[in-house]
Design a binder for this molecule. Structure first.
Ligand SMILES: [Zn+2]
Length: 486
């Protein structure tokens, strides 16, 4: 079987043959969340894409060390402002670590619902302050940073004399300088494009550590450099993240690692694309937003019903990770149909009769599945091939095609491996009927309650609502009608 995996490398702009630095092993780092608010559906898509990539690498037999960090300190909205966690802690009158705990638990719970595998290591910024202080010192020693008033900044112009700042984002340093806003006089930076490695903490700043320069905290970009190289080495295979992190975050990571180790840290840079909602960018301020759990409990007005995490996962896998994807009620309804058809076919396959010979070529089909995934993890093409198998299965079941016992085994093994192990969908072919039935029964009770209300039989309508609540089913009335959550 031909297993030449190709990866679209953001660094070179080319699709390249994947050759790990050490045969049989892969080191992969993905920028994790800043745990100061509930995880966004767009972020779930990013982490799900890397989960699929992780799963496929495991499926190919690689030993993978997958590192995904938790940013629990130091994430500045920009270098001259306060960091996100401290700001939130002050607003909610909580300890920063209470904020961190609350949203880390939320993050893990959501990813578990969507069937993401945990990474091999999940390091935190606050757990690596010592290493970050060492890295700042190294960059100072290399002459590529300067200290002002207890803060340390990376000197982008100095770095650009010998190295290429902009190598990843393809920004030209001169343009970057022209396009950055002028310093407002409050800043200690020599040049606007410089970025903080260490920030002196103002008296009201809660998260602070002592360092040779001041009581302060590390700049956001530094933790990823320090934690990726600590656990994966000064050079490693894959670094991923959402495309919004390409600049400045990943560009800064490269510059810091080059300053510390004098060579490029990453062989393959991978970036995932955006998730829109109803054709528009998601935004809390315009109301065009949805939480990941609202999709599976149906608790959002843009949805006509709840969609299981596997349906949402299937929907997301129908698009290539590097394409923009648009989430909508109609798209989820269509994905649900497709997902159910796939699950039904997997169930049907169990019971189909075998023949002496196959009229379908399962080996060739299997190769096509691998070819799709080997072509930069092309899940939409893979899913198209899985539906080719659905077609075979139904034709064999209708006695219009035939399959040998060996081929049936191979088909089952391959179909299940790609569906469950690689795409990470959960097998709901057994439980599906029951949840559909339950939905049907609740809808029926909602209808009866509506009729009771219309007949002014409020005692009955309230009884239906209260009895359902006792069973853990909550009804919600709104102008558009009644919805329910389990
Ligand atoms: Zn990062």
């Amino acid at each position: 079987m031909n297993q030449a995996l190709k990866i679209q490398n953001t660094l070179t702009g080319k699709k390249e043959l994947f050759k790990p630095l050490t045969k049989g092993f892969v080191g992969m780092y993905v920028c994790g969340p800043t745990v100061y608010s509930n995880v966004h559906v767009g972020n779930v898509r990013t982490f799900m894409s890397f989960d699929m990539i992780y799963r496929y690498l495991l499926h190919l037999g690689y030993k993978v060390r997958y590192v995904r960090n938790i940013t629990d300190a130091g994430h500045l909205t920009d270098d001259d402002s306060e960091d996100k966690i401290s700001t939130k802690a002050r607003l909610e009158k909580l300890e920063p670590m209470e904020i961190v705990q609350k949203y880390t638990v939320d993050f893990h719970e959501i990813l578990k619902q969507y069937n993401l595998l945990p990474p091999s290591i999940e390091p935190t910024a606050t757990g690596h302050i010592v290493e970050q202080i060492e890295a700042v010192q190294q960059i100072l020693d290399a002459g590529l940073a300067y200290e002002v008033n207890g803060s340390v900044y990376f000197d982008v112009l100095k770095y650009s004399e010998t190295k290429n700042y902009g190598i990843l984002s393809k920004r030209i340093i001169e343009d970057a300088i022209e396009n950055t806003r002028a310093l407002d006089g409050q800043s200690d930076k020599k040049n606007p494009q410089d970025f903080a490695l260490w920030k002196r903490a103002e008296p009201e700043h809660i998260q602070r550590w002592s360092s040779p320069w001041s009581d302060g905290f590390p700049g956001w970009h530094l933790e990823c450099t320090v934690m990726s190289t600590k656990y994966l080495g000064a050079q490693f295979d894959i670094h991923g993240g959402g495309m919004d992190l390409k600049f400045p975050h990943h560009e800064c990571e490269i510059a810091q690692a080059e300053a510390c180790n004098n060579h490029a840290p990453v062989k393959y840079w991978m970036h995932t694309n955006m998730l829109n909602l109803n054709g528009k960018k998601m935004s809390k301020s315009t109301g065009n937003s949805i939480l990941p759990e609202e999709i599976y409990n149906g608790n959002n007005k843009i949805l006509s019903k709840a969609f299981s995490p596997s349906v949402t996962r299937f929907f997301m896998m129908q698009a290539h990770y590097s394409s923009v994807l648009d989430l909508s009620n109609d798209a989820l309804l269509a994905a649900e149909k497709g997902f159910n058809r796939l699950m039904e076919a997997i169930k049907t396959l169990e019971s189909i009769q075998t023949a002496n010979q196959s009229s379908v070529n399962i080996e060739a089909w299997k190769q096509k599945c691998y070819d799709a995934m080997n072509d930069d993890f092309n899940t939409p093409i893979l899913i198209a091939h899985l539906f080719e198998a659905v077609k075979f299965i139904n034709l064999i079941n209708d006695k219009k095609e035939s399959i040998s016992t060996d081929d049936k085994m191979l088909l089952k093994e391959t179909l299940e491996a790609f569906t469950f192990d690689v795409l990470g969908l959960k097998n709901t072919s057994n439980s599906n009927d029951n949840s559909d039935k339950l939905n049907g029964v609740v809808e029926l009770l909602i209808q009866l309650r509506k009729e009771a209300k219309e007949n002014k039989n409020y005692a009955l309508s309230d009884e239906i609502r209260d009895k359902l609540l006792e069973k853990g089913i909550q009804l919600k009335d709104s102008r558009e009608g009644t919805t329910f959550t389990l």
